[in-house]
Design a protein around this ligand. Structure first.
Ligand SMILES: Cc1cc2nc3c(=O)[nH]c(=O)nc-3n(C[C@H](O)[C@H](O)[C@H](O)COP(=O)(O)O)c2cc1C
Length: 313
């Protein structure tokens, strides 16, 4: 089984990647997207988003990190893919699933799922500029408004030369509403000859087993689930039991120390609150604790609150 940590803009930054990969079980990380419009971006843009580039594109615990690009212009994406590889990215991932209005309006992200020909052109041009030993992956949803082009889109991406495809098993219109339609991933898998990674609503070992059974995939991608249960990758590989609330609080303290590097005092409490909103999906104590810390605005106070909670856990 291979587990990939999902890209999550504004959430899964290099600090979170460092923390979660340190727990083991994650085989690959994909970065938050780099928006590519016209220019060939300078190296610093990629390095800011993925400081792991200074470490051979690996997190501190050695998990490979792949840069994700989001755009609509084949030539421009290809040039930026080349640049990202030049600064050391471990392959390239293309985002064809972003639902954000502004992004879709400028013809990037999920809106491209309406046009298999454009997907083909983008993947082909990016593939052609990349050395053959570098992996090109793509990430899609099942469609924009409906699923009528799901298979055609996947075929276009595979035929254009992508090496791997990750499928978030919902359309753009379905947003994040459950359920994820894992059986559609099986249909896509049957229609193409490159490895498919199943994504969407994997929060537990049971979910992972059902997803693998229904989709037929041995590759899984976890996003919100990995925030809700930090050692989820180890749990679904059946190597560990889910973290207790006490273990999770210890990890939160560790996160505050990792994040403190160079970041503002006010920013950190908000990141902890954001994390708790994902955590409450699996850990009931997280919601109660979120209510308790809601008004906290400094890192020092937040640390005290977590330590206090930990002493009772
Ligand atoms: C806050 C947030 C940010 C996201 N950012 C990205 C992104 O930058 N690129 C991308 O391909 N998908 C992005 N996604 C989608 C996730 O990668 C993933 O496909 C989705 O959350 C479903 O998987 P999950 O149920 O395991 O969370 C984002 C999702 C969320 C909730």
């Amino acid at each position: 089984m291979k587990v990939t940590l999902a890209p999550m803009e504004g959430v899964m930054d290099h600090h979170m990647r460092q923390l979660l990969t340190s727990l083991g079980g994650i085989d690959l990380c994909v970065t938050e997207f780099v928006r590519v419009i016209e220019l060939r971006l300078p190296a610093k843009v990629f390095r800011r988003l993925s400081p792991e580039l200074y470490n051979d594109s690996k997190t501190a615990s050695g998990t490979p990190v792949r840069i994700q690009l989001l755009g609509q212009n084949p030539r421009c994406l290809a040039e930026n893919a080349s640049k990202a590889l030049h600064v050391g990215s471990d392959g390239i991932d293309l985002n064809f699933g972003c639902p954000a209005k502004a992004v879709n309006k400028s013809k990037g992200g999920a809106v491209l799922l309406k046009c298999p020909e454009t997907l083909y052109s983008i993947v082909k041009e990016v593939r052609e500029i990349m050395p053959t030993n570098q992996i090109l992956s793509a990430k899609i949803r099942l469609g924009y408004e409906d699923k009528s082009l799901a298979i055609e889109n996947a075929q276009a991406i595979a035929e254009a030369g992508a090496d791997e495809l990750a499928v978030h098993a919902r359309t753009k219109e379905e947003g994040y509403r459950p359920p994820a339609h894992w059986h559609w991933i099986a249909k896509i898998r049957d229609a193409i000859n490159i490895p498919v990674t199943a994504n969407g609503d994997i929060f537990s070992l049971d979910d992972a087993k059902r997803c693998m059974e229904i989709s037929g995939c041995e590759r899984l991608m976890i996003g919100r689930g990995a925030l809700a249960m930090p050692n989820l990758a180890q749990v679904i590989k059946e190597k560990e039991a889910p973290y207790t609330w006490a273990q999770t609080l210890d990890l939160m303290i560790e996160y505050l120390f990792i994040q403190t590097h160079g970041d503002k005092e006010k920013y950190l409490p908000n990141r902890i609150k954001q994390w708790l909103t994902f955590m409450r999906l699996q850990q009931p104590q997280a919601l109660t604790f979120l209510h308790q810390v809601r008004k906290i605005t400094t890192t020092t106070e937040m640390l005290e609150a977590i330590r206090h909670e930990r002493s009772h856990a």
